[in-house]
Write a protein that binds this ligand. Sequence first.
Ligand code: KG4
Ligand code: ZN
Length: 357
Amino acid sequence: RSSFRILGIETSCDDTGVAIVNSERQLLGDAIHNQNQIHLENGGILPPVAGFHHRANMEPVANQAFTAAGLTMSDIDAVAATIKPGLSLSLEVGMKYGTFLCKKWKKPFIPIHHMEAHALTARMVDENVRFPFLVLLISGGHCLLALVEGVDSFLLLGKSMDIAPGEVFDKFHRQLKLRNIAELSHLSGGHAVEVMARKATNPVEFKFEPFSSDVTCDFFFSGMVTKIKHFIAEEEVKYGTTADGVIESAPNLCAAMQLSITKHLCRRVERAMLFLERKSLIPSSSRSLVVSGGVAANKFIANGLKLVCDNYNYHLSVPPPKLCNDNGVMIAWNGVERYRENVGILKWNQLDDVQVS
Ligand code: KG4
Ligand code: ZN
């Protein structure tokens, strides 16, 4: 297919994102509405509340993206929307709006897998990322390592057997009460921990046992969560807290947990690289590691992964945070990749049975 434009819609969790991307990799317009503050007040995401806010914001956000691009539906060649995985009450809003637009304007619809979109986004901004490439997705909800062989062909190498690394950062951030520190209060859990870790005087004061042995590429984080709780309790008893309610040794503790997570991620990535080499699954000419998801914004983790990449001759590609977090651009780009290859495109009159999951 020659030149075309795709509208992308993301509503799998708590971000309402819409974007228009063309086949020349250009972002023509986008808009996003984030429900973070609302869910913080509720102490977590309540699916019906998330669904309510998606419904309230879906059309305004879409209109904002169209206005930013200076385009209307008649300029769009197909609509892509996330249909899985995620909260069904959230997914349903974007899927229904997308299929509604397609039926009304007689345009094709492209159902999108949220993880596939995270994995492919790097290709929009980095021409060096060619199939097959290795991807590490690390966020508050995801943790997986896969070989991406093509637009819809993935070989899963490892995943978290318990919680995602972003959750570890967020739990730790809550337990340390870092939100009480004014200069960190506006940052996400992981970001606050990263900033705090830079103030460490001794990053190896607290020692975490090495994670389980490297017999697979799977990830385990819950042992670390237990250990952190133990350290915090011990420090509070020994030294009390500062006026903010934060323990004195918070910077050292932040640095230690960040280092421990980084080591675990690096060892699994290294193992995956050795496996791909041994099985000749990745040609030596175009080796790339793509790191995406909210945790990919962490510079310390990225630096650790860069060392592994340098060692194994991989190109490291970390998309900008705006593209690593959930957003409409990655869905639109995934739509571009599928539309170009003609995979999984539904006609406007075939949309009655589309389901979210
Ligand atoms: O991808 P994302 O926006 O949402 C999903 O979870 O799908 O990722 C958010 C997660 C949160 O857990 C947040 O604490 C973490 O990414 N995060 C970070 C950093 N910035 C955000 N974790 C570590 N270091 C950071 N700089
Ligand atoms: Zn995501």
